[in-house]
Design a protein around this ligand. Structure first.
Ligand code: GFP
Ligand code: GFP
Length: 826
């Protein structure tokens, strides 16, 4: 079959010579340099500027269309947006990638080098933040009126360095030299109040009125990042708030010689958007997080209301027709009492009318069942920072408790459980409960997770409001995660099923019929081989480590967390090493285990696991006895742009969380889409991936959710596994020697302790044997080249369900009730 052209009509048709001229113009006029002097960074900026001309024209038309059509819009509130790099994505979405490539070529510049100049926009931590980025890509692509709202962090997630095997956190300065995509909008600055006290007043006709006298006011300055839909027609906006002091600095104090004091308020105000997730181990850190959350919610609500009022004046009756707000986790939950405050205190609506509006506006996505991740704030902290909001939260709770009493009369236990307030030594405000109570829809992020949300986390809420709890399985944008990051595979796919799959991922299904076709298998695996070579070069560059691209590339990339069980993989790697030392002829296909992971700066054991992986890697990689079989590469500073290199090159995808703990996962989808085979537990979206690809094309192992619960109930004893399984024992004991950390015995023993003495909460030892056995199946399958190629092709072919376009369509139908609004030519 010959290559098919895409039906995609791109908005912009610009020739190579026009693009070239535009880049040169910006090099001269925007950057003030010229072709002879420009380095790659300057070329990058000039190329961005050339692109941005198209982007901003798209943005203008989109905003005009939305304005003229007075569209209902979804407002995606998220503390994280892990956007990654934008140039290549924007070029792809405008269909200008090849044009730019050729244009720069003629200028003697390599586009791929230029792309490497772009710092990642890493305003997020993990899955939830990258999900938000995929979702706004889909929203723009599907012509849906949408705005992303978040925080314009000065520093995103830290930059990770590895020194002596250990993680070192360095500030990430993504915009030190300017960000060519963002536009500051001083005309839309908002003010946000903090601290102070509440005055109770009695208005006419005896109505009680509350007035909040804030102690502190900060400014929110909006920065807009255009979000280009595929095809380049629709360009939405991600609006991020930067905090600024409202009163520059105190001249009087300054003149009196108090140079530092005069700027204290400044500094405090500007700290709000300084970093993502300040360490919350201190009281000040906790406060700062709460302030961050309130800051961006308050700015965003004011912005939404300003826009609404421009079209509808003071008539609130259409507000819920126009506005829906999706709360990405509980971080923005404080928006609920804030909207109540605006409606009751400012707009002077009665409580019931205000509540009716509120509960039609908000919807909430839950991303985790881990109790420690369900946010709670001390009531006294809210009282200090947001005194009026605490009153409102109490009032919401009071009325809600009455409702609970109607359903379960006199049942204090259920009341205590559902209450927004947790009583105890310290009164706490449960943001999860507040989110469920204040929203009209609540969703989990994969079938099993949503089921567990209903059964275990919020069963009473489900009984009280049947239908409110629902599921929307996560998805990923195939534009970034296949078309842009894996151009060779994309082109091969185009030849078989046409070029429209980026908009309709189910079309990949058409590849399945070539799964047994020898020629196609060869082509498919050749692409994989090329991608492995690219990654091998990156490993060489980054770690000075040579890896064999004929080895199995076994990839585990995700936040470092015990529930994700990177240490299960580590135990198995150590076991393989041991088997090879004991028997140099031990029969295994060569393997390279490749990791990417950051640990939260305050999470000691996670950092210990990173250290252990690096120490074990160092030993193995320098042990010539095993190096034709085994290597381990921990690539530092895992981020979106690194993922884009690792994912296309993976043969095996490690998705080995304890069943019931990983809400969904999205890396699992990206890897399978690029033809990696999953080794996974029956957890999160792995289950749905298995349903799609079939049992023959995935390696499932380990305890199920029910088995995990049963084992825990019966009293799990990790020592039983230690004594029963000689390999487990040997490997754990090995950690206590100085074999991997010469001169420092016991440097890795905290992992052993967590697995034995601290109870192995995540059942690593219980699943070890099944995991090790699954890995033998992987090894066997890989040696059969045709079988493996077939599996890989089927994985790619069956990933249609996991496009974020499908997730967004589910949200549109189940939650948002939103209509698309294609951009007019105007
Ligand atoms: C503009 C437009 C709106 C559009 C938003 C976000 O509003 O219709 O929805 O931008 O794209 F008028 P401002 O925030 O610029 O006022
Ligand atoms: C969380 C969950 C993941 C889920 C993502 C997106 O990720 O299972 O896929 O959210 O819904 F844990 P983190 O933000 O915690 O990495």
């Amino acid at each position: 079959m010959s290559g098919k052209k895409s039906n995609l009509q791109t908005e912009v048709t610009i020739s190579k010579s026009e693009f070239k001229a535009s880049v040169v113009k910006h090099l001269h006029c925007t950057l003030g340099t010229d072709e002879n002097k420009a380095n790659n960074h300057a070329w990058w900026k000039a190329t961005c500027a050339a692109m941005q001309e198209q982007v901003l024209e798209g943005l203008r038309k989109t905003q005009k269309t939305h304005y003229l059509n007075d569209t209902r819009a979804v407002h995606y509130f998220s503390a994280e947006f892990l956007m990654g790099r934008l140039l290549s994505n924007n070029l792809q979405n405008f269909g200008l990638f090849d044009v730019a490539n050729d244009a720069l070529n003629e200028l003697g510049v390599s586009l791929s080098d230029v792309l490497e100049e772009e710092p990642d926009m890493a305003l997020g931590n993990g899955g939830l933040g990258r999900l938000a980025a995929c979702f706004i890509d889909s929203l723009a692509t599907m012509d849906l009126p949408a705005i992303g709202y978040g925080i314009h962090y000065e520093h995103g997630l830290f930059r990770q360095e590895i020194q002596g095997g250990a993680q070192i956190e360095r500030p990430d300065s993504w915009r030190d030299y300017g960000n060519p995509w963002e536009i500051c909008r001083p005309e839309s600055i908002q003010e946000v109040s903090l601290y102070g006290y509440v005055e109770t007043k009695y208005g006419e006709n005896g109505r009680i009125q509350k007035e909040w006298h804030p102690g502190h006011i900060v400014k929110g300055v909006p920065w807009d990042i255009p979000v280009v839909g595929y095809g380049g027609k629709n360009v939405n906006v991600l609006r991020l708030w930067q905090s600024k002091s409202s009163g520059y600095f105190n001249w009087d104090v300054f003149n009196a010689g108090g140079y530092v004091d005069a700027q204290v308020e400044n500094v405090q105000a500007e700290t709000i958007s300084k970093v993502l997730y300040p360490n919350d181990e201190t009281e000040a850190g906790k406060e700062l997080r709460l302030i961050q959350q309130y800051f961006f919610c308050a700015c965003s609500l004011k912005d939404i209301i300003r826009r609404y009022k421009r079209a509808h004046g003071d008539d609130w009756s259409r507000f819920t027709d126009q506005v829906v707000i999706q709360l990405n986790d509980t971080h923005p939950a404080i928006a609920i009492p804030e909207l109540m405050r605006i409606l009751v205190d400012r707009a002077e609506l009665d409580w019931d009318s205000a509540w009716a509006i509120c509960t039609k506006v908000f919807a909430y996505t839950n991303h985790t069942l881990l109790p420690e991740a369900l946010e709670k704030w001390p009531a006294r902290m809210i009282e200090k920072i947001l005194p009026r909001h605490l009153e409102i939260i109490y009032e919401i709770n009071h009325r809600f408790m009455k409702e609970v009493d109607k359903k379960w009369p006199g049942d204090n236990e259920v009341k205590a459980k559902l209450s927004i307030i947790e009583e105890g030594n310290e009164k706490m405000v449960r943001m999860g409960n507040l989110s469920v109570i204040g929203s009209f829809a609540v969703n989990g992020v994969a079938e099993i997770h949503s089921k567990l949300v209903k059964q275990n986390l919020f069963p009473e809420f489900d009984a009280l409001w049947p239908g409110k709890l629902t599921n929307v399985t996560n998805g990923i944008t195939p534009r970034r995660w296949l078309k842009a990051c894996n151009p060779s595979l994309s082109k091969l796919i185009d030849k078989k099923v046409g070029a429209d799959w980026p908009l309709d991922l189910k079309q990949l299904e058409g590849l399945a019929k070539y799964a047994d076709n020898k020629t196609f298998q060869k082509q498919f695996m050749q692409v994989k081989q090329q991608n492995k070579e690219v990654l091998a070069a990156e490993i060489k560059r980054s770690l000075d480590l040579d890896v064999d691209t004929n080895a199995i590339f076994d990839v585990q990339i995700k936040r470092l967390h015990e529930y994700k069980r990177q240490h299960l993989a580590l135990l198995h790697i150590m076991a393989l090493y041991r088997r090879l030392l004991e028997n140099p002829d031990y029969d295994m296909h060569p393997r390279v285990f490749i990791f990417g992971a950051k640990a939260a700066p305050g999470y000691k054991l996670a950092k210990d696991i990173i250290f252990a992986i690096n120490k074990v890697a160092e030993k193995i990689n320098n042990d010539a006895r095993v190096n034709n079989k085994l290597k381990v590469a921990f690539l530092p500073n895992y981020r979106v742009s690194l993922a884009e290199k690792m994912i296309p090159a993976a043969d095996v995808s490690e998705q080995i969380s304890t069943a019931g703990k990983e809400a969904s996962g999205t890396g699992n989808m990206k890897l399978a889409l690029n033809g990696a085979i999953t080794v996974g537990t029956l957890d999160g979206a792995n289950i749905e991936i298995a349903e799609e690809v079939g049992d023959d094309n995935i390696f499932i192992f380990g305890l199920t959710v029910d088995e995990v619960n049963a084992l825990k109930k019966s009293g799990y004893k990790p020592y039983d596994y230690y004594y029963k399984n000689a390999e487990i024992k040997a490997v754990l004991d090995w950690m206590e020697t100085d074999y991997f950390t010469p001169g420092k015995p016991g440097a890795l023993s905290s992992i052993k302790q967590s697995l034995l003495d601290h109870g192995d909460q995540y059942l690593v030892l219980a699943d070890y044997e099944a995991y090790s056995e699954a890995q033998k199946r992987v090894d066997e399958a890989y040696r059969d080249k045709e079988r493996w190629a077939r599996m890989a092709i089927i994985n790619t072919a069956k990933m249609g369900k996991f496009t974020s376009d499908r997730s967004i369509q589910d949200y549109v139908e189940r939650v948002w009730k939103l209509k698309s609004c294609p951009v007019n030519k105007a």
